[in-house]
Every structure is written in C-alpha cells, then in structure tokens.
Design a protein around this ligand. Structure first.
Ligand SMILES: Nc1ncnc2c1ncn2[C@@H]1O[C@H](COP(=O)(O)OP(=O)(O)OP(=O)(O)O)[C@@H](O)[C@H]1O
Length: 705
C-alpha cells in the first residue's frame, strides 16, 4: 500500500547530525606522568647543549680566534728569531743534509758562517758605539746651536734689533714644548690602544697562516674540499703518513721539506709532483699508504695515484682536482667523426683519456689482448670499442664468440665471418672450434713463404671464462674447458698466443672476475696488452695485469666498482705510458650499443658484404652435405664413425677434427640426421640424397640469416 501513497510534502530530510545531542562520555583524568628529577633534567639539558652543533661551532670559533693570536705570536717570534740568529741557515743546512744534497749543505754552511762573522763585527762595533754616539750627538748639538745663533745674528743685523739673536733658539724651544704637549696628550690613549693593536696584528698573522688546530678550523678549511695542492700541503701529507723515518727527515728539514718535491705541474684534471724520498724510506712504503696520503691531501683514495718514475727513491703523485674524476669524458671520436677510418698496422684506436686529460690511443698491431674486470664495469663496451675501430680497416677479419650472448656483439652480424652468441656448452664447443680454426689458419700462414703479408684475423672471445669453466668432454674425452695439456680451448689459445702474432692471427679475450681456474696463468701471460677495469683484490689485479705492473703502482683493485665504470688500467707497449711507469689509467669513451650499431654499419659499408657463419665449418668453402653424400657412396647406410673417417680421408684440413657432433650439426634439419640401426649410429644414403635434392640453392648451414 505504501507504494500507492503520494506525499504532499517533500521527503523529510534526516535531521542534521549536529542537532543531535552529543553523547556524553566520561574522560578519565590524564595519568600522572612521573616527575623526572631536576638533576636528571638538568643533565639532559646540559648534554643537549653540549652536543648541539651550534655549541660546537661556537666553541670552535672561540678557540680558533684565541689560538690565531697565540699562533701569530709564535710565528712573529719565530720570524724575529730567524732574522736575528743563524737558525734559518742551520735549518737549511739540515734540510740539504737530510736530502743528501751535500753541495747545497756546504753552501748553506758558508752562508751561515758569513752571517755569524758579520754579526760578530756588529757586536764588536756596539762596544764603542755609545762613545761614538755621544761624541756624534755632542758635535751635532753644538753645530745646531751654532747654526741657530748664526741665524739669530743674521736676523738681528737685518732687523737692526739686538733681541732678535735669540728668536730662532726660542722657536726651537717652543717647538719642543709643543711636541712634549702632544706626546703627553697622545701617550695615554697610545698606551691603552697599543697592546690591542699589537694583539690584532698578531691575530691577523695567525689567521692568515691558519695557525690553529685542524679541529678548530672552519668546516670548509677542515674538509679541505677543493683545496689546491701546494708544496706545504704535500709535505704535511707526507709527514703525517705514519712512516717514522719520513716524518723525522721532514722534521729535520723544518718547513723546507718542500725541497723533496719537484715542481707541481698541472696534469689534466689534476696536478702531478715527483717526490724524492729521504734515504731510509722506500717507495713501496708510500705506495702502501695511498688511502692515508689521499686523506691527508683532502682527496678520496681514487683521486690519488702513486707511480714509480725512473729516478731513484722517487714517487710520482698525481692528485685529481676534487671531484674531477667523476665528471664524464666526452664521446668517442668513433661516434663524432663519421669519416674516421682505421689502419691495423699504423693506427691507434682512440680509446679514451688518460688522467692527465690527454687522448689515450692503443695500437692493436700484432698484440694479443686481454681485458678483465668485475661484472658490469664496462668490459664488453671497452673491448667492443677497440673492435669497432679495427673494423674500420676493411682488411681485418673478425671471428667472434660472445659467450654471454645478450646481443652486445650482434652488430657484427654481416661484419664478422663467424659470430657465435650464447652461453651454453654448445656455444663453448663452437667457440673452441672457432679458435681451433684460427690455429689451423695460423699454421697455414706459418708455412707460407717468408715475407708473405697476411691480412689481420682477429679471434675475439668475450666472457672467455665460460670456455675455461666448461666441463664438457669431446668424443676423445678431451675437455673443452680447463687448463690441462688436453684442454681444447686452452691449448688453442696457447698456440695462438705463442705463434699467432707474427702472422697477424690475434686473440682478444674479455673475461670476468679472474681466478686461476677461469683465467689460467699461461693464458693471462700470453697477452701483450693487458687491461683491467675495477677488480676486487690485489691478487686479481696481479692476475689481470701481471706482477710488474702492480708493483709499479697499477691498482685496478682500487677503482670503485660502479663508480669507475669504463676506467681501465692498461699495461701494454701499444699505448704511451709515461717513462718509468708500468701502466696507465685510461677513462674510456663509452660507445653504447646503438652507437656501436651505427659504427658497425659504417664498417660494413667499407666491405663488399661478409657472410657471417653462426657455426664453424672448415676453413675451405666446402659443401659438407655433398661431401657426406659422396663418402656414403652406394652403401644404403654407413656407420657415422666410418663417415667421419672417410671425410677425413677426403679432406684432412676440413674434416680432420670433425666429431660426431659436427656431423649431427651439419645434418640437423635436413631429414638426413644420423639414426640408429642395429644399435649403432648410421647415415642413410637415400635420406642424404633426398636432403641434397630438396635443399634450397644456398646452403642453409652457412647462410647469413
Ligand atoms: N666507458 C664507460 N663510461 C661510463 N659508463 C660505462 C662505460 N662503459 C660501460 N659503462 C656502463 O657500464 C654498463 C656495463 O657495461 P658492459 O656491459 O660493457 O659491462 P661488462 O663488464 O661487459 O658487464 P658483464 O661482463 O657483467 O656483462 C653499461 O651499460 C654502461 O652503462
């Protein structure tokens, strides 16, 4: 019924909530907060006050300015003492002696002696000086009085007035009276102000010299951020290095410890200075304290490089301008200069900048290369930049195995003659066979008549540690990985290292996080150019670059993973390394994958068109399917073992190293794959014939795509 009722008034609005009487709730009394005793509260307040940053700043301010006055007094006193005594000569003499510079020591001794003689003469003169001074004063006073009298007489005669004789004398007397008056008026304030003025002078000297303890100095001075490197800062940093003989020798030298330093030269985004260490201090003692030295110079550890130049007992410090190393370097000439070409023999790959900011270019001519580093530090990018430059020389052939296979080398498709991409054991087998193919080519070249010119063949394996760690055995039970005399990858790499250089068959390897297992000693030492990005430990740095480079100051283990991406420490005779140094640090230009693809396209344009193999077949352009068909002959089926034997007999070079896997790989997808007959693997004549008849015109096994 209610549905039929039409109300004559609007729907009643619900009563506004505020009109409803608020429900009364009983609020309990706030619980009694326990009263903290006064002494605790006072203690807390004092603690808060004492630890407040503003209190610390105020204390520092007060102490600093107080000590400026005290420090200034010491400095002025010392200067006065130096000026009056032979202390300065003594100090310089000790400095020269401590530095082993006996010639300078003799000279300072002579100068000191001359100073003493002159001082002695002055002192002797002082004995007779009062009498001479009295005589001089008496004579002067007499002459002055006589002069005044004469002037008075002249005035008296001129004015015809006898009283004028005394006028000049009286004028002088009055002048003296005035002077006395002035002095008596000024003296009081002078006595009051004088000491304060002197104090302000001393304070100003102390302030100028920052003569207060380090902790009391203002924050910006304390941190030394951006502080330029001056001789005194370097000497102080060396003194506080914690090497007792060095500290003592510098103390002996006094302020002039700077004589240990050569000139401070601007070098790229930092400065460079040679330090000749006093006897008893060895260069490696300084090298081992790189972090402390950097901190003493108000720099981060990675901003200070210590190398050993040729001069004996000398270390060369390179100190970056604060933060300069974190600035990116510009793009690679490979990217910016579209007309750039390369010359394998005479050219150098523009790789980056050294720390001095000079272009760092690497010659790859007849040098095997090894680049290592922790994961994700820019190893592939650095290696690829070199390969891309080399690709701009159209005579260079590349065979590449990327055992990560994430597409970092994909742009070499159509540029490299072999491109293997992937991390599986199958890929390792292919990479090994690629290297063995390189060995065969090398051996062929070695047998050529002397003087034959060979085009460069670059065998490049990225993530080579995957190959060394591969546990797979071939059909002869020879391991692909490992570092035994039977290890196939290892032995192929060794052979190329031993003999490939002279015939331009070169191996370039990129590996990660080196250990003795994933980068055997013989392989690391076979590379002529060794480069390393950031590494974890010094022992890894030794593996990557060799003992000589590390002993000479190379320290990729001190690069900062993540922050120093693309920075490589290089030991090679293919790059300009300052005399006496064994390595150089290069900040490489980053060529990303997109840019790399563009450069690769340019390189392809220089070539007539290269067919890239994704698997490795024989060196000669043979037709394996046809060869298999021919060795199977009329028999309806032949054991795969026999097929392999017959293939070897047909062409030892092409098929001598073939295994069952090769046979299977070549026949895969053709419909003529090996199959089991009577429990043994065979190849069928009819199937092969069908496969031959049905195959497209181009051989799919070796087609580019
Ligand atoms: N020269 C460089 N300057 C700045 N950043 C770089 C440089 N080279 C590489 N990087 C950065 O480092 C990243 C990793 O580079 P890359 O793939 O070459 O390292 P990787 O050491 O080969 O890594 P992994 O071996 O772990 O695959 C790049 O994506 C890039 O961001």
């Amino acid at each position: 019924m209610s549905d039929n009722v039409v109300h004559l008034y609007k729907d009643p609005q619900p009563a506004p909530e505020q009109d409803a009487p608020a429900p009364l709730t009983a609020v309990p009394d706030a619980p009694d907060t326990p009263v903290v005793p006064l002494w605790v509260r006072s203690g807390q307040a004092i603690k808060r006050l004492a630890t407040d940053e503003r209190t610390a700043t105020a204390c520092r301010f007060a102490v600093r300015h107080g000590l400026y006055a005290w420090g200034g007094t010491r400095i002025v006193a010392r200067r006065a003492w130096d000026g009056r005594t032979a202390a300065r000569y003594e100090r310089m003499l000790r400095t020269a002696e401590a530095a082993g510079n006996y010639e300078a020591a003799t000279e300072w001794e002579e100068r000191g002696q001359r100073f003493r003689d002159a001082r002695h003469r002055r002192r002797m003169d002082l004995l007779t000086a009062p009498i001479d001074a009295a005589k001089g004063a008496a004579a002067g006073a007499g002459m002055f009085a006589g002069g005044l009298l004469l002037l008075g007489i002249v005035l008296a005669v001129a004015n015809e007035d006898f009283t004028e004789i005394a006028t000049p004398t009286m004028a002088v007397v009055q002048l003296i009276q005035w002077l006395v008056l002035v002095v008596t008026v000024v003296w009081g304030p002078l006595v009051t102000i004088g000491p304060w003025a002197a104090l302000i002078g001393l304070w100003a000297v102390g302030r100028h010299q920052q003569a207060a303890p380090q902790w009391a100095l203002p924050a910006n001075v304390r941190s030394g951020e951006g502080e330029p490197i001056t001789p005194s800062i370097v000497v102080k940093a060396l003194r506080d290095l914690g090497i007792a003989p060095l500290r003592n020798a510098i103390k002996e030298m006094g302020d002039a410890g700077a004589s240990m330093l050569g000139p401070i030269r601007i070098a790229g985004c930092g400065v460079e200075v040679d330090v000749t260490l006093p006897s008893g201090v060895s260069t490696d003692q300084v090298q081992n304290r790189r972090r402390k030295l950097a901190e003493n110079l108000s720099r981060h550890e990675h901003e200070v490089f210590i190398t050993i130049p040729q001069a004996a007992r000398t270390v060369r410090l390179w100190v970056a301008d604060s933060g300069a190393l974190d600035e990116p370097i510009g793009p690679s000439p490979l990217v910016t200069d579209e007309t750039l070409t390369a010359n394998y023999k005479t050219g150098r790959a523009p790789w980056g900048q050294d720390l001095r900011g000079d272009a760092a270019a690497l010659s790859l001519y007849q040098r095997h290369l090894l680049i290592t580093g922790l994961s994700n530090q820019g190893k592939t990018a650095a290696l690829r930049a070199l390969a891309l430059w080399l690709a701009l020389d159209r005579t260079v052939e590349f065979r590449i195995a990327d055992l990560k296979g994430a597409g970092d080398w994909a742009m070499f498709l159509g540029l490299a003659t072999v491109l293997i991409q992937g991390p599986t054991d199958e890929h390792v087998i292919e990479a090994t066979e690629m290297l063995e193919g390189g060995v065969r080519e090398m051996e062929r070249r070695l047998q050529a008549p002397p003087g034959t010119e060979f085009p460069p063949l670059i065998l490049l394996v990225d993530e080579a540690q995957v190959a060394f760690m591969c546990p797979l055995l071939d059909e002869d039970r020879k391991p692909y990985g490992g570092s035994k005399a039977t290890s196939r990858y290892f032995m192929a790499a060794r052979k190329i290292h031993n003999q490939g250089r002279a015939v331009n068959v070169l191996l370039m390897e990129g590996t990660q996080d080196p250990t003795d297992q994933n980068l055997p000693k013989l392989v690391r030492e076979g590379a002529h150019t060794r480069a390393s990005l950031a590494l974890g430990t010094e022992s890894q740095a030794r593996m990557a670059l060799g003992d000589k480079a590390v002993d000479g100051g190379a320290a990729p283990n001190l690069l900062r993973p993540g922050l120093d991406k693309g920075t490589v420490v290089v030991a090679s005779d293919g790059i300009d390394i300052p005399a006496g140094q064994s390595s150089i640090t290069v900040r490489t230009h980053y060529v990303d994958t997109e840019q790399a693809t563009v450069i690769a396209e340019r390189a392809k344009a220089l070539r007539d068109g290269v067919t890239t193999l994704h698997t490795v077949t024989s060196d000669e352009a043979r037709d394996p399917l046809a060869d298999i068909a021919s060795v199977v002959g009329d028999a309806s089926r032949v054991l795969t073992k026999d097929v392999l034997q017959r293939l070897t007999a047909l062409n030892e070079d092409a098929y001598g190293k073939w295994s069952f896997l090769d046979l299977k790989r070549v026949l895969e997808g053709t419909g003529a794959e090996p199959y089991k007959s009577d429990g043994r693997m065979v190849i069928g004549r009819d199937r092969i014939a069908r496969a031959l008849a049905n195959r497209p015109d181009t051989d799919s096994a070796s087609a580019a795509e």
